[in-house]
Design a protein around this ligand. Structure first.
Ligand code: S3P
Length: 423
């Protein structure tokens, strides 16, 4: 394949969720350009409308207008978060600081995902929860007057960290947090700082003192580096070409995959970097490379958690065995991503296994061929579609439709960028 040209990717999913939630907490009109319009973003938008905010429809290429009322209002029906863990966990945090009851649910995948990691510390702050299905959704939250929290998080998770910061914001109480190892994405901290709040860091502790209301804002969401990673992967696996992905978020807590790719022998340049609302934004330029194996250390995992499916398929084309250390957290993503990465790599003829909490992927050069079971997990579907672009490859992903969770139109974009090399 030749993968080349200039392209963009849809808006950052994490920043879209956060800006929609914060705009709903402001009193007045905020405008969000470049927002993601995928299924997950729509789940947040739908829930916020039920909670009293006015949101214009999420349409590609158009600015989203959010009419915030300063607080959220009691919803009349259950809040369906669809497939979106970020919607559910961040909303639980925000709702913990509101004195009414709300029930959250989600699709089959989301209902199986753990929520106690969020509800246990939120309960320490004073919110109450009624579980109906153990550690998962549906779940009813009754917010209350909150007390300050000082909490050493048991997992590095930006969703947990953000839920607690948003609870502090909604409840008007100080929150101090520490992550166990590695730094998860820090978009919430950066946005809060850009809005004038104090977020300090001292000796591994993040301290947030919420003073005053969120003001309205106008902001442009950068392209999602996690979506860009799939196109970067296609360009690295190609036989020729150069691909530029313009205006992607290059926040260092999101770009761990670039460092791993460099160790594997690929050089992705980051060009024309500027800053907007505390977030660095730049162009990624990727070219083909001969890959070699590497070890991805436990401390690196939070900074590339969503890129592991992509890195694992690239590792299956590298010389040697790549090991991803301590990736058990992948078991509780949109699917059991850990088990399914290994199972699907084996299904297309590669060697991969889960050893304890680690993932081992042995590289090879046979064309990848065989069926892939995505289990409705967008990132698995996209990673294996990229692997299918390898010369001689024949991969059948059972459901490419799920790419719309984060990257609407992905199959068409990939087809448009990849052309067959002349034999
Ligand atoms: C996200 C955080 C990550 C990531 C998810 C989005 C966020 O999850 O996997 O896709 O926007 O905060 P964890 O925080 O659970 O690691």
């Amino acid at each position: 394949m030749i993968v080349g040209g200039i392209t963009r990717v849809p808006g950052d999913k994490s920043i879209t969720h956060r800006t929609l939630l914060l705009a709903a907490m402001a009193k007045g009109t905020s405008r969000i350009g470049g927002a993601l319009t995928s299924l997950d973003a729509r789940s947040t938008a739908r829930a916020l409308r039920q909670l009293g905010a006015g949101l214009s429809p999420l349409r590609p290429e158009s600015v989203v207008t959010v009419e915030g009322r300063g607080r959220l209002r009691r919803p009349e029906a259950v809040l369906d978060c669809g497939n979106s863990g970020t919607t559910a966990r961040l909303l639980l945090g925000l709702l913990a600081g509101h004195r009414f009851a709300a029930t959250l649910t989600g699709d089959g995948s989301l209902r199986r995902r753990p929520m106690r990691r969020v509800t246990v510390p939120l309960a320490q702050m004073g919110a109450r929860f009624s579980e109906t299905a153990g550690d998962g959704l549906p779940l009813t939250v009754r917010g209350g007057p909150l007390v300050p929290l000082r909490y050493a998080m048991p997992v590095s998770s930006a969703q947990l960290k953000s839920a607690l910061l948003l609870a502090g914001l909604a409840g008007g109480v100080e929150v101090e947090l520490r992550e166990p190892h590695g730094r998860s994405r820090d978009h919430t901290e950066r946005l809060l700082r850009a809005f004038g709040y104090r977020v300090d860091e001292d000796d591994g502790w993040i301290r947030f003192g919420p003073a005053g209301r969120v003001g309205t804002f106008e902001l442009q969401v950068p392209g999602d580096p996690s979506s860009a990673a799939f196109l970067v992967g296609a360009a690295v696996l190609a036989e020729a070409g150069e691909l530029r992905i313009a205006q992607v978020g290059v926040n260092p807590t999101r770009t761990g995959f670039l460092g791993v790719l460099e160790r594997m022998g690929a050089r992705i340049s980051v060009e024309d970097v500027s800053e907007h609302f505390g977030e660095p934004v730049g162009d990624l330029v990727a070219r083909p490379a001969a890959l070699r194996a590497t070890e991805v250390r436990a401390g690196e995992i939070p900074g590339l958690i969503d890129e592991i499916p992509m890195l694992a398929v690239l590792a299956s084309r590298a010389e040697g065995t790549t090991v991803f250390r301590q990736v058990g957290e992948l078991r509780v993503k949109e699917s059991d991503r850990l088990g399914l990465i290994a199972e699907n790599l084996r299904s297309v003829g590669a060697r991969a296994e889960v050893v304890g909490e680690d993932l081992h992927v042995e590289g090879g050069s046979e064309p990848p061929r065989g069926p892939v079971r995505s289990a409705g997990d967008h990132r698995l579907a996209m990673a294996f579609a990229v692997l299918g672009t390898v010369a001689g490859g024949r991969i059948r992903v059972d459901d490419m439709g799920c790419a719309a969770v984060s990257f609407p139109g992905f199959p068409e974009v990939l087809r448009g960028l990849a052309r067959r090399a002349r034999p």
